[in-house]
Design a protein around this ligand. Structure first.
Ligand code: SF4
Length: 343
């Protein structure tokens, strides 16, 4: 947990670190040195910044702290997937680390709970309990034991990233900047139900991949499952996306969780093909894991294969996603820390 009195340095951009050192009358190159300690060497204490003078470290420590904090619990699935629990002043968030051969993907949360209220989602049922700061988001990436092994990060945990756009964009900057993690933006995917203003900023200000939670291409049916459809219809979301270039390295994908009888019919194939025509993209078909308290049931394997083949025949690239971490409630839509919140 971060010290409430002192400001966290973790997730500050280089410009912000330069402002900090200036305000403390430290040499201007100290901003870059601090960025190195934070993002390359990943230290957890200002005392470890050994190329700053003791006097400067003391001065810095009076107003600032690193701000990194370790998870308080880890659950490990039979398939190696790990779910980490972080505590923030009596509230809780989760991140999920998914190993796959030499790939290590971390799924991070951007909010405590979520306002979007998707009817099939455990996080949505938990309601909204607050924004995560950029420090809290980056800390999930920096403070797990596998931090240095991570090959990919996906913003698909608890919360809607474009309902916390400033903080998400700041984390993307630190992940991709030379002074930060210096990752290629190809290693990062941000997932959204399609909140257009934040999505457009993301598409303009970063080069990371976009994944849109689509789940139903028919407006009235989607609105029944996903209230966000009313303010940001999927047809408008896709129109906006079509204004950007996905013919190079950057990718856009559409997440499509398959529910029995609700979004697995021929009319859905046809509507999806119409909606996505002319856009270089991929549709990821996701198995639904029953969320206690929802009336939704997952489509069976045969139906998913049929749906994929129909889409492929229409020229839409579609794949069925492997399911991971179901036994520890780490799979898509299952993240919830409600039981910890005493409500
Ligand atoms: S699916 Fe995503 S956007 Fe919808 S309620 Fe769950 S966390 Fe929020």
């Amino acid at each position: 947990m971060t010290d409430m009195q002192r400001k966290p340095l973790l997730a500050m951009t280089l410009d912000e670190l330069k402002t900090v050192v200036q305000s403390l009358s430290m040499p201007s190159f100290a901003g870059k040195q601090i960025a190195d300690w934070l993002y390359k060497k990943r230290i957890t204490s200002i005392a470890d910044m050994s190329n700053l003078s003791v006097a400067n470290r003391t001065k810095l420590s009076e107003a600032y702290e690193v701000g990194a904090y370790a998870p308080i619990q880890v659950s490990t699935s039979q398939d190696g997937t790990k779910k980490y629990l972080f505590e923030l002043n009596g509230r809780y968030i989760e991140s999920v680390m998914i190993p796959d051969g030499d790939r290590f993907t971390l799924c991070v949360s951007t909010q405590i709970g979520c306002k979007m209220g998707c009817k099939f989602c455990a996080t949505g049922m938990q309601g909204f309990h607050g924004q995560l700061s950029a420090t809290d988001i980056l800390n999930q990436i920096q403070s797990i034991p596998e931090s240095q092994q991570l090959t990919n990060v996906v913003f698909m945990g608890m919360g809607e990233p474009f309902d916390n756009t400033d903080n998400v964009l700041r984390v993307l900057e630190v992940l991709c900047a030379d002074y930060g993690y210096a990752w290629s933006p190809k290693r990062v995917t941000v997932s959204s139900v399609g909140l257009i203003p934040g999505m457009i900023r993301f598409l303009k200000e970063s080069q990371c991949h976009l994944a849109v939670s689509l789940h139903n291409p028919i407006a009235e049916e989607r609105a029944d499952m996903m209230p966000a459809q009313k303010a940001f219809p999927i047809s408008r979301v896709v129109e906006e996306i079509k204004q950007f270039d996905f013919s190079g390295q950057r990718r856009v994908s559409f997440e499509y969780t398959m529910f029995e009888g609700r979004n697995d019919q021929q009319r859905h194939v046809d509507a999806l093909a119409r909606l996505l025509s002319g856009l270089e993209c991929r549709v990821n078909l996701i198995r639904f894991h029953t969320v206690p308290g929802t009336p939704f049931k997952g489509a069976d394997e045969g139906k998913m294969v049929w749906f994929r083949d129909q889409l492929n025949k229409k020229g839409i690239t579609a794949t069925i996603r492997k399911s991971r971490g179901e036994d520890i409630l780490a799979a898509c839509g299952l993240l919830s820390t409600k039981h910890l919140m005493n409500q």
